[in-house]
Write a protein that binds this ligand. Structure first.
Ligand code: HSE
Length: 298
C-alpha cells in the first residue's frame, strides 16, 4: 500500500500566539510518497530538493513515524520518499511538513487507528528533533488545516479555529537560513505582567476576530510585544517590509514562525497582491534572493 501526499507549509505564532497559534497554506508545500512494507523498519528511501539526513533517527519524518509505530504496537514497516520544496530554516514549517505529512499518511494507510490529537503528538517528536523543542504550532495546522490554537501542551489540547472566507496570506521568504534553535535562543524566558496582559488580550482578540470574521479586529490583534522585538533583528529589512505591507492595505504583518520568512494577512486577493508587490519592492533593493507566495488558508 502506498500514497502520494501534499505536505503543506504553515505559519506559526501569528504574531501574538508564540508556540500556540498557526495556520496552514493552501498552495505551498512538499510532496511525499509513503508506503507500508512487511519489513518491520522505517526507512527514508529518498530525499529530493534538500540535503537532509537519510538515517531514520536523525530525520524528522522518520522519528515521527517511529513514535506512531511504537504506539501502534503491531509489526509493520514504512518507507518514506520526500520531495522538498520548503527550505529548511525558512520559517514556514519545513520540518513540520515532513513530520506531519509522514504520520498523516501512515495513519491513513493503516485505516486511521489514531485521532488527530494523537497524530499531532507523534509529529511533535519530529519538531523536538529539529529544534530541541516539541512545539505543535506548525504540525497542528499542517494536520488539521486552517487556523489552530494549542490551548494546552500538558495535556495536549488543540482546537481548530474558523477561517474567514476572504482572508489571504502573503509570505516573503528571504533566502537565508535562520535555525529555529538559534532563533529561540534570543528569546527572554520571563515576561512582565504588562506584556502578558497585552499579549493575551491580542490572542483573545485574534481568535474572536477569526470566528466573527471581523477583519479589522484580526488586524488590530496581530501584534507581538514579546518575541518580535527580539527576533526581528535577525531578519533583514523586517521593519521596512512591515511598513510596506501595512501601508498597502495588509491587516497585519509579522515574523512567520521563527523567521526569516515574514507573513502578512489581507482581506481579498487584490490586497494580498498589492502587499506582495510592496514587499517585493523593498526586498528587490537589498540584493538578497527571496520568494513570495500568496495563498489561501486552508
Ligand atoms: N513557535 C515556534 C517558534 C515555531 O517560534 O520558535 C517555529 O517555527
Amino acid at each position: 500500500k502506498s500514497i502520494k501526499i501534499f505536505a503543506p507549509a504553515t505559519v506559526a505564532n501569528l504574531s501574538c500566539g508564540f508556540d500556540v497559534l498557526g495556520c496552514c497554506l493552501d498552495t505551498v508545500g512538499d510532496e511525499m510518497i509513503i508506503s507500508l512494507t512487511s519489513n518491520p523498519e522505517v526507512k527514508i528511501t529518498k530525499i529530493d530538493g534538500a540535503n537532509l539526513p537519510l538515517e531514520t533517527h536523525k530525520n524528522v519524518a522518520g522519528v515521527a513515524v517511529e513514535a506512531l509505530l511504537k504506539a501502534y504496537k503491531k509489526e509493520i514497516g514504512v518507507t518514506i520518499e520526500i520531495y522538498k520544496k520548503i527550505k529548511a530554516g525558512s520559517g514556514i514549517g519545513s520540518s513540520a511538513a515532513s513530520s506531519a505529512g509522514a504520520v498523516w499518511a501512515v495513519n491513513y494507510l493503516l485505516d486511521s487507528p489514531f485521532s488527530s490529537q494523537e497524530l499531532i503528538a507523534f509529529a511533535m517528536e519530529g519538531e523536538k528533533l529539529a529544534s530541541g523543542n516539541a512545539h505543535a504550532d506548525n504540525v497542528a495546522p499542517a494536520l488539521l488545516g486552517g487556523f489552530t490554537l494549542v490551548r494546552s501542551y500538558k495535556p495536549l489540547d488543540v482546537i481548530k479555529l474558523n477561517t474567514p472566507k476572504d482572508l489571504m496570506i502573503t509570505v516573503i521568504h528571504p533566502q537565508i537560513e535562520v535555525k529555529t534553535s538559534d532563533s529561540r535562543s534570543v528569546i527572554k524566558h520571563n515576561v512582565s505582567l504588562q506584556q502578558a496582559i497585552q499579549q493575551w488580550g491580542n490572542v483573545g482578540g485574534l481568535v474572536a476576530g477569526l470566528f466573527t470574521e471581523d477583519y479589522e479586529l484580526i488586524g488590530r490583534s496581530l501584534e507581538d510585544v514579546i518575541i518580535e522585538p527580539l527576533r526581528s533583528i535577525l531578519i533583514p529589512e523586517f521593519t521596512a517590509v512591515k511598513e510596506a505591507a501595512l501601508s498597502s492595505g495588509a491587516l497585519g504583518c509579522g515574523i512567520s514562525g521563527s523567521g526569516p520568512s515574514i507573513f502578512a494577512l489581507s482581506k481579498g486577493d487584490k490586497t494580498a497582491t498589492l502587499v506582495a508587490d510592496a514587499i517585493r519592492n523593498v526586498y528587490s533593493k537589498t540584493g538578497l534572493k527571496f520568494d513570495i507566495h500568496i495563498s489561501k488558508i486552508n
